[in-house]
Design a protein around this ligand. Structure first.
Ligand SMILES: [Zn+2]
Length: 193
């Protein structure tokens, strides 16, 4: 009994001393740590690495090249009960439903709605003539070696692509690749032909 009482008493007095001294330390440390986090610069990102293939990496940026303008597509739902034809125009789809009659371009979500379906990833349900989805085509081109890219683009959908826009894009792509060669050296960057 005597031992327990004395132990509790000494513990209690230690706690009081510690808790009294803590606020003083805190108030002086806080302003410093705040200004530190504001003035601290983020580490510079490593931008020197050359991508093996700087082809548009998502559906929207691929469509915005105009390469697939006029290419027929088809929305097909999972159950395959619902399907709706369309034609690529710009970054959207000319919808062939009774209301639209290919008069206006819809985005992928709108096009899907007009087909009577609703998903989070409509590009997984929009198919080219050869049965590949537009999402799969982007992935396939992304993983195509640069020296085979121009051939791959012409054959990837199973339909004729927009040759005029393809030539314009090809010229700018080659110019960009030449610029990369100038910066990084010819061994690092291959110009497709
Ligand atoms: Zn429609």
């Amino acid at each position: 009994m005597d031992n327990q009482n004395s132990a509790q008493g000494s513990d209690g007095s230690k706690d009081l001393i510690e808790s009294n001294s803590e606020p003083i330390v805190d108030s002086t440390a806080k302003p410093n740590s705040k200004t530190d986090s504001i003035t601290k610069n983020k580490e510079p990102k490593a931008t020197k690495k050359v991508p093996p293939n700087n082809f548009p990496s998502n559906v929207k940026s691929l469509l915005s090249t105009g390469i697939f303008d006029g290419v027929p597509v088809k929305y097909v739902s999972w159950s395959r009960e619902k399907s709706l034809k369309g034609v690529i125009k710009g970054t959207g789809y000319l919808c062939s439903c009774d209301d639209c009659k290919e008069s206006k371009a819809l985005n992928a979500y709108e096009f899907e709605r007009h087909a009577g379906a609703k998903t989070k990833h409509p590009n997984n349900h929009i198919y080219f003539g050869n049965g590949k989805t537009i999402y799969a085509v982007v992935q396939e081109l992304k993983n195509t070696p640069q020296d085979m890219l121009f051939d791959a683009i012409q054959n990837v959908t199973g339909s004729a692509i927009n040759q005029k826009n393809f030539r314009i894009w090809k010229a700018s792509y080659q110019a960009a690749t030449r610029e990369l060669q100038r910066i990084y050296g010819k061994d690092e960057v291959v110009i497709p032909c």
